[in-house]
Design a protein around this ligand. Structure first.
Ligand code: NAP
Length: 354
């Protein structure tokens, strides 16, 4: 069976993927331990990295000192003023693959975050076994206290944030019998409203030349095409405000409760409408950022990872999670002098017309 014919792909393209979201879990943060061996004069230092250890040897006169530090014991932050990247919803799937790629390519601390600390710590251990070092912080984007705890931690520890990837998301499975209006409510709460809340708290921390990537989906374009011409015009508008977008996302949920969302011009997909929200929110945020932080060189975009084999989309999707991470990571690591893409929906590293 070709991937294109798979039930999961049909679900994503049709009335969309559906999954029962798991329970909220309370806030906690993993502790990191440090075990430096000896201080030394870094007069002449040689450095060698193995999968497990950082080995430094120093020569001073006839003396030779060898420092060996277990990678898993290097504390976060690695050093004062280190650069820092945060990926939401990264204990599995595309989020975990993004963390894996950033651990290899990003110069600085990479935070794997999860709403369930146990799942987060297991994922950090999995990366350790691959020779990679990620830091962990709890984050449930549906919980303002949890978002603010992360915000305060980043502010106090790093003085801000260099890379933010808003990846956390949910989708109901096709077979789920939860009524459509409840699915709409729950899906919009996480994918749109909670992503917006995380952005409210974390965007002000973004440092000059920072990168923000909101993981949306090409499904947002397809859902847009399924909306009435009036709604399409509104969602494509370059003057729509966040307040207006909030009201429209809320209206969709209310229209589903009244059973009139189709008459009101909405596409019949809770996941698709939630991702319209993420794409349009990204366009608005980019516009605002241009006004408020002009000259700071920050780049903010929405993206689609492609159709990826994860718990959300199923195993018959064409891409592996590592392949799905490529476009988000490309946007997160755009070079400091890059001017674009900016405020776009990007798929396969290319800008898609909205
Ligand atoms: N897979 C695809 O083909 C595809 C295509 C286009 C776009 N996307 C988007 O890509 C992103 C990642 O999807 P995926 O396929 O990797 O899905 P996944 O395997 O189901 O992973 C979703 C991640 O988000 C986390 N999450 C959900 N609600 C959260 C919350 N309130 N706070 C913090 N984390 C939360 C989940 O945590 P738990 O483990 O605790 O549930 C999990 O770590 C989503 O935004 C999705 O819409 C996926």
């Amino acid at each position: 069976m070709k991937a294109r014919d798979s039930p999961e792909l049909r679900i994503m393209l049709g009335d969309w993927i559906k999954k029962k979201p798991s329970e909220d879990i309370s806030c906690a943060r993993a502790a990191n331990t440090d075990r430096p061996l000896r201080a030394a004069d870094p007069g002449r230092a040689e450095r060698a990295e193995s999968h497990e250890d950082t080995v430094q040897s120093f020569s001073t006169g006839n003396q030779r000192t060898v420092l060996r530090t277990r990678k898993e014991n290097i504390p976060c932050p690695r050093m004062p003023g280190a650069r820092v990247a945060v990926v939401t919803g990264s204990n599995k799937g595309i989020g975990l693959a993004i963390v894996r790629a950033l651990c290899k390519q990003f110069e600085g601390d990479v935070y794997l975050t999860a709403r369930d600390p146990k799942l987060g710590e297991e994922a950090v251990k999995k990366l350790q076994q691959e020779g990679l070092r990620a830091c962990f912080h709890q984050l449930d984007i549906n919980n303002l206290e949890s978002i603010r705890a992360l915000r305060d931690f980043l502010k106090a520890t790093y003085g801000g944030l260099d890379v933010l990837i808003n990846n956390a998301g949910i989708a109901f499975k096709e077979a789920d019998t939860t009524p459509f209006d409840i699915q709409a409510d729950i899906t919009l709460k996480t994918n749109y409203f909670a992503t917006r809340d995380a952005c409210h708290e974390l965007l002000p921390l973004i440092k000059a030349h920072g990168r923000v990537v909101n993981v949306s989906s090409i499904v947002s374009s397809m859902a847009l095409a399924g909306c009435s011409p009036a709604l399409q015009e509104t969602f494509r508008s370059t003057t729509i405000t966040e307040e207006e977008l909030d009201k429209l996302m809320q209206k969709f949920v209310e229209d589903t409760k009244k059973g009139i969302h189709k008459e009101e011009g909405w596409a019949n997909t809770a996941y698709g409408v939630s991702k319209i929200g993420v794409t349009v929110l990204s366009r608005i945020q980019a516009r605002e950022m241009q006004k408020e932080r002009k000259g700071d060189g920050i780049l903010l975009n929405a993206c689609c990872p492609g159709f990826v084999q994860t718990d959300m989309a199923g195993s018959s999707m064409p891409k592996t999670p590592d392949q799905g991470a490529e476009t988000p990571v490309y946007l997160a690591l755009l070079p400091p002098d890059a001017k674009e893409p900016y405020g776009q929906l990007v798929s396969e590293k290319a800008v898609k017309e909205w």
